[in-house]
Design a protein around this ligand. Sequence first.
Ligand SMILES: [Zn+2]
Length: 374
Amino acid sequence: MPPDTAEARRYNRIRRWLGIGEFAISLALLVVLVITGWTFKLQNLAYMGGLLQSYSLALFVYVIMLLVIGKVLGLGMDYYSFRLEHRYQLSNQKFRGWAWDEVKGFLVSAILAAILAELLYFVIRQFSQHWWLVAWVGFLGVVVLLAQLAPVVLFPIFYKFEPLQDEELKLRLVRLGERAGTRVRGVYKWHLSEKSKKANAALTGLGNTRRIILADTLLDNYSADEVEAVLAHELGHHVHKHILKSIGVQAAVTMLGFWAANWTLHYAVERRHIFVSLSDFANLPLLVLIFAVLSFLLMPALNAFSRFNERQADRYAFENIASVAPFISSMNKLAEQNLAERTPSRWVEWWFHSHPAVARRVAAAEQWDKPNTH
Ligand SMILES: [Zn+2]
């Protein structure tokens, strides 16, 4: 196991701080809006000083303004991450392509956020007593719908996909599936190389959109055995129903979030008289803040759950490929290609990593390979 280069350490440290910085900026924006009361100024602006009569329209304008402010504040860091990928020779994307992606990303999130906000405040107005339970059920519906639509609607906005043509690989996948008593409906080639030099693979979708996507940067540079090892890992996620389980965990977290939101809103309205009513949409920053803080606090637990799933998928791969050697070599290649840290510090892994450290995954594979231990 080669040690991490100073370059890999530096790159990952900068990326971590960028993530923390972006989170801190959004948090600061939300806190400032609530504490200074600027959220009411923004709300007045959304009503255009009374010119606009419609609640829903004003809410829409308010959400868009909030997103624009957030985007402007974060744009410097977004550009810095784009430059960072180039500085470390990890990107194939030109400035124009990046800028276009930023525009598309903003539009997609604006549409989603506007729909969610309209639905949320509609529910608050209709079910003042149990709005948080109704909103939670509605939110779950949206999560399931998005998980299903993501591979066919959302991802293609940013990347091109095509069904895998490689006959040998397809045959290997069918055999893997047969051994597992399962069938994956589709394997797609993910045209990642237009933007990045990194390699990746994932299991995506739900029900009839369930599929494995493999980056062309992986297909072009890895041996058939190595690609099969990656496929087996993704198939492990499928067999162990990890997407459904993640949605279940998310359901529990958002239920807690909506409960806390309800408690806080009642407190802010009835005890502190900060807002006129629960449906006063000037309280939106407070609502978002609650979910942001909650997901930050739960990050170590959610990442631990994710790492548990990854280990399970790895074990599934060990059981179903002829030899773990190509798994180990694919891990090492991925770490090198993506400039990942193979041995991050314990607390960095604990807090930030959704996957076990590469060194640990390789060690687990070697352990598996030892005779008489299984
Ligand atoms: Zn995985």
